[in-house]
Design a protein around this ligand. Structure first.
Ligand code: TTP
Ligand code: MG
Length: 391
């Protein structure tokens, strides 16, 4: 018996883990299950990275200040993040996704697009695909992922979110507009808080309102954003799924307890970040082809500078050298409240190019030192090991 010809021009899956960091903590520590958790630091400047679903009814969520979140949900337990563990689970889910499609685009640690066009013979209908992915992620990690399937990235992304947690939502191509149009404009991709206010001021509240608006008028009042959201509101999003390791990055940043001013004061924070990033690169068998420094002034102005790293490296020393060179391209007169470093253009060292990445001599010594530091960290915990020059 043959299947009816597919009515799907493309089959795009978006998968996004539920309350990712919090769910991992609840998985690893059963005593935390069913409890409201706030994952984040507990200093006056800390922010919540994620709130468990038990905490969310109290109006707390990602990016909220920890102080405010504690006030809204005083019974919540505050759990310091364990980034290396989250990165490990992230790699596991990405490996699971890789078994479903050769075209996987990771958007962050906990979410990815999969292009599953043409995979019906292997996996069945789009609904079968979504169910299989959910099952495989649970099997591998014990965690729950919400999945949306649609004919475009945008609609798939909305679909994965509308039934969270433990969501599964398939939007058949012919139902795309029925699905989108009742939704509020905040569901339009790329419309921030300001854009939302602007649209509301223009009398546009739902995606249907945007779809029915005159596109020329929209472009007139909103510029290129007008074009963009008009197309989304028609369900029109031709962007391909791009399997790009290059687009991923590994970052470490800290909002500081006290502002710092000048290169000498910033340096130890970069050093610490470089160590952490190098550690994560090595755990993932990755090398960075570029380094980005991010500084936020005490008046919240954000500045970034980046540079390519040749040859790519997973050494803390190389990352740090590049970061320090970048510092010279910033205006460092203002006090900084946040110092961040990120490695991007990530190369997979599991592929057999490792030999040519690392020369002899100093670099090799550096690698041995980094590896020794990793071992100590794993034995005694992350905060214990610092380079002499850190102290
Ligand atoms: P999200 O997928 O946005 O959120 P979530 O997985 O916690 O919850 P859900 O998807 O069920 O709504 O982000 C994934 C992880 O990324 C999150 O667990 C913590 C981290 N994160 C931050 O560190 N800061 C942030 O501002 C956000 C939004 C997420
Ligand atoms: Mg998530």
């Amino acid at each position: 018996m043959s299947r009816p010809a597919s009515t799907w021009p493309r089959i795009i899956v978006h998968a996004d883990m539920d309350a990712f960091y919090a769910a991992i903590e609840q998985h690893d520590r059963p005593e935390l299950r069913g409890k409201p958790l706030l994952i984040g630091g507990d200093s006056p400047r800390s922010v919540v990275t994620t709130a468990s679903y038990e905490a969310r009814p109290f109006g707390v969520g990602s990016a909220m200040s920890m102080v405010v979140a504690k006030r809204k949900c005083p019974q919540a337990l505050i759990i310091p993040p364990r980034m290396h563990r989250y990165a490990e689970v992230s790699r596991q889910i990405m490996e699971v996704f890789d078994t479903f499609s050769p075209r996987v685009e990771a958007l962050s640690l906990d979410e990815a697009f999969l292009d599953m066009t043409g995979a019906e013979r292997l996996f069945g209908t789009p609904l079968d695909m979504a169910a299989a992915i959910k099952w495989a992620v649970r099997e591998r990690t014990g965690l729950c992922v919400s999945v949306g399937v649609a004919a475009s990235k945008y609609v798939a992304k909305v679909a994965s979110d509308v039934r969270k947690p433990d969501g599964l939502c398939v939007v058949e191509p012919q139902d795309t507009l029925n699905f989108l149009h009742p939704l509020p404009i905040s569901r339009l991709w790329g419309v921030g808080k300001r854009g939302e206010e602007q649209l509301r001021a223009l009398g546009l509240a739902t995606i249907a309102d945007v779809a029915a608006a005159d596109p020329t008028w929209l472009r007139g009042v909103l510029g290129s954003m007008g074009d963009h959201i008009y197309r989304l509101a028609q369900g029109d999003d031709p962007r391909p799924v791009v399997p790009d390791r290059e687009a991923q990055s590994i970052g470490a940043e800290n909002t500081l307890d006290e502002d710092v001013r000048g290169a000498a004061a910033i340096r130890p924070h970069l050093m610490h970040a470089a160590d952490r990033i190098a550690w994560r690169l090595r755990r993932g068998s990755l090398a960075a082809g570029g380094v980005r420094v991010k500084l936020k002034t005490n008046r919240f102005a954000l500045h970034t500078r980046q540079v390519a790293l040749r040859p790519p490296s997973q050494n803390a020393g190389d990352l740090l050298d590049a970061a320090l060179a970048l510092l010279e391209h910033f205006d460092l007169r203002e006090p900084m409240r946040l110092v961040g470093l990120a490695a991007f253009d990530l190369r997979d060292l599991a592929a057999p190019v490792q030999g040519e990445l690392f020369g002899q001599g100093k670099r090799q010594k550096q690698q041995q030192l980094d590896a020794a530091l990793d071992k100590l960290r794993e034995r005694f915990g992350k905060g214990t090991v610092k380079r002499g020059s850190d102290v």
